[in-house]
Design a protein around this ligand. Structure first.
Ligand code: AMP
Length: 383
């Protein structure tokens, strides 16, 4: 078998999307001597502050997409909700990694969960719904509580509603504006964990995690690694991630989010074909971060070592923290082994991810306690 072509340092990556995941990818790529051109609809985004050039245009602008594709050697992405027509246009000129077929599946919850179920991966029991009556009958089969989710373009709990009674079905359906949706069982999980796999075009595979995650209001709040799960469960989660990446033929990264049930079984909640918020701790904790790994995977380079060298924890910094004025950065970073990352977003809003803190320690629980204390120090009134 001939080895796939390697994209060497000095060449140019294109990144679709302008958020923090793209920013950290661009920083890692530039460290290794690559150039990065971003394509994003918003001006002054987190990526544009750090990369060589940004094409700021809507995803519907065919001419700009072609101009972008002509200037880069391979394209990757930092969020999956890229319109299909834009991807097709780009893919007709240059490789997109992961490819359009992976994104087609992962950008729609119904397609994603149907793919998982059809390929015998363990997924939260769900049904498709296209109307209020269908929703009511699905609730009878799935049981209550249940979670109604829009099929397309959802993230961080957006487009979701927990239903506690069948009586809520009608009004919930109205609020969803009649879009195709899925309804799934509400899982009373013991833990949430994620595994981030990386795969190159030769089929080499490495993995981060499992990482343990805690959400607040459906948004990731805290992550720590190693997760407190058994070896058996960890190996199972890693095997599932590897099989999924092979089955979808992902070149790049794939994050698989799981619920761990009280019976110690795994149920997949969601897939993300890109770096993941839960993997940010890999920047300080692992020999090769998830962002450098994305570079290596899409460039066809050998994949790097992922095993964490210590316990690590990450706390997200949402816009809410900024409501009482400038957070006290000095106090937080005065704690040994605490690292600050800010994404350069000019405007803070409640729920908006502005940055994160990572703490390293011998053990994960120690790192978790440290990162929580560091975050508390950011709010002056809590000192
Ligand atoms: P999602 O956007 O689907 O990843 O959901 C965000 C978070 O909402 C998850 O990480 C869970 O904490 C919670 N959640 C979503 N779906 C369910 C479910 N079926 N059962 C229980 N919690 C859920």
């Amino acid at each position: 078998m001939t080895r796939p072509k390697v994209i060497l340092p000095g060449r140019t990556f294109g990144i679709l999307g302008g958020g923090q995941l793209g920013r950290m990818f661009a920083m890692a790529a530039q460290h290794m001597g690559y150039k990065v051109i971003a394509y994003c609809p918003e001006a002054d985004c987190p990526v544009s502050q750090v990369c060589m050039k940004t094409i700021c245009a809507p995803f519907e602008d065919t001419d700009s997409l072609v101009t972008f594709a002509r200037q880069v050697d391979v394209v990757t992405l930092e969020f999956e909700n890229i319109p299909a027509q834009a991807l097709e246009k780009i893919q007709s000129q240059v490789d997109v990694r992961p490819g359009a077929s992976v994104l087609h599946i992962c950008q729609n919850r119904l397609r994603e969960k149907s793919y998982l179920a059809d390929h015998k991966f363990p997924v939260v029991p769900f049904e498709k719904v296209t109307g209020a009556d269908e929703l009511k009958s699905a609730l009878k089969r799935l049981g209550l509580p249940a979670v109604l989710k829009t099929a397309g373009f959802g993230y961080d709990g957006k487009g979701q509603k927990v239903l506690d009674s069948e009586l809520e079905a009608e009004s919930a359906w109205q609020t969803f504006g009649g879009q195709t949706a899925i309804v799934e069982q509400f899982v009373r999980f013991n833990q949430e964990i994620s595994v981030i796999g990386a795969r190159n075009a030769s089929g080499d595979f490495v993995v981060y995690g499992p990482i343990q995650n805690e959400h607040r209001h459906h948004i990731l709040d805290l992550s720590f690694a190693p997760a407190s799960v058994t070896w058996t469960l960890a190996e199972e989660a890693i095997d599932i991630t590897r099989s999924l990446m092979e089955s979808l033929d992902v070149v790049g990264l794939l994050c698989v989010e799981f619920f761990v049930t009280p019976q110690e079984t795994l149920l997949i909640n969601e897939l993300a074909p890109r770096p993941h918020n839960s993997g940010h701790l890999s920047i300080e904790a692992c020999p090769v971060s998830q962002f450098e790994q994305q570079v290596r995977a899409i460039a066809g380079l050998p994949l790097g070592k992922t095993e964490p060298e210590c316990g690590a924890a990450m706390a997200n910094l949402l816009g809410d923290l900024f409501q009482a004025g400038e957070p006290d950065w000095v106090s937080a970073v005065s704690i040994p082994n605490v690292h600050l990352h800010l994404y350069g977003k000019r405007q803070s809003r409640p729920g908006r991810k502005m940055g994160h803190l990572t703490a390293l320690a011998r053990w994960a629980d120690e790192a978790l306690a440290t990162v929580k204390s560091a975050r508390e120090l950011l709010v002056p009134s809590r000192k």
